[in-house]
Design a protein around this ligand. Structure first.
Ligand SMILES: [Zn+2]
Length: 281
């Protein structure tokens, strides 16, 4: 009888172990955000030193972001754009060149207008030249890289531009993102001098969706800073640009992206490998 009593007392209600794991995960998540809230000054000083190291010695005439779709600028590049806006001289022209209108679902004109609104919300104190071209928005169609390069050349006519775009993986493997990389490399081959940088993709799908974890660990544990990192206010600012700027794109799953993706918190932009990729003439 005594043994039976003890066994009944030790038996845990079903799901209690799961609840314990979930509560610990929630506490860890909350702690991570608390660290993030308290990290703004550290993040700001690391962003400043990285900007100085990457762009401080460049005699650039313009800074250009080449993207494939309206919303790429904020979904993937907001941490970079916000630091550029903060540290780049106001006299240097900033351009956003979008190679499609995002017309895959017939919303091209709407999405073009949304891009301009999003950029204005994201960078309200800077005059940004936004261009939307009419290449096909499709995951199945490879662009003519010469045409895409010519669109870039039509916009970037100054002699010392810096260009940032996707890398050869294109974050998500989207063919339009990858074509941006190829088009910029083609442009760089024929329009020197130019410095090109690419947003480094995360090859591991798991790591791509670890949200704040890796960036915050990197901000605190790595001595050398290699990425631009939005502070908490900057993150909220970029989320507002997404929600208010790209209303047609705000399906429920986008909120998941804004919690789980690394790219809304940090960007690693690295010199592009234009000199070694195989560009066919
Ligand atoms: Zn895109």
């Amino acid at each position: 009888m005594l043994c039976l009593t003890i066994n009944l007392q030790e038996r845990q209600p079903p799901g209690k172990g799961t609840m314990k794991i979930v509560s610990r995960l929630i506490m860890a998540f909350a702690a991570l955000w608390l660290v993030y809230l308290c990290s703004s000054s550290r993040i700001t000083s690391r962003n400043a030193s990285l900007f100085k190291a990457q762009f401080g010695n460049l005699q650039m005439s313009s800074f250009n972001l080449v993207i494939a779709h309206p919303d790429d600028e904020v979904m993937f590049f907001a941490p970079t754009l916000l630091q550029i806006d903060r540290y780049l001289d106001q006299d240097i022209q900033l351009r956003v060149i979008c190679l499609t209108s995002g017309n895959a679902e017939g919303l091209g004109p709407v999405r073009s207008a949304e891009l301009k609104r999003s950029v204005h919300i994201l960078l309200p104190d800077r005059s940004v030249h936004v261009t939307v071209a009419d290449l096909e928005d499709s995951m199945q169609v490879n662009w003519d890289i010469e045409d895409a390069s010519q669109i870039i050349a039509n916009q970037i006519t100054d002699n010392a531009p810096v260009i940032v775009t996707f890398d050869s993986i294109g974050v998500s493997g989207h063919v339009n993102h990858i074509s941006c990389f190829d088009a910029v490399n083609r442009f760089a081959k024929t329009h020197k001098p130019v410095a090109t940088y690419a947003l480094k993709s995360q090859k591991s799908r798991l790591l791509k969706f670890t949200g704040l974890v890796r960036p915050i660990l990197s901000a605190w544990l790595r001595r050398e800073n290699q990425e631009y990192f939005s502070t908490y206010p900057q993150y909220i600012h970029s989320l507002a640009a997404m929600i208010s700027g790209h209303e047609s794109q705000m399906a429920w799953f986008r909120y998941g992206w804004w919690i789980l993706s690394q790219f809304v918190f940090s960007n690693q932009v690295v010199p592009s490998v234009a000199k070694v990729i195989n560009v066919v003439d």
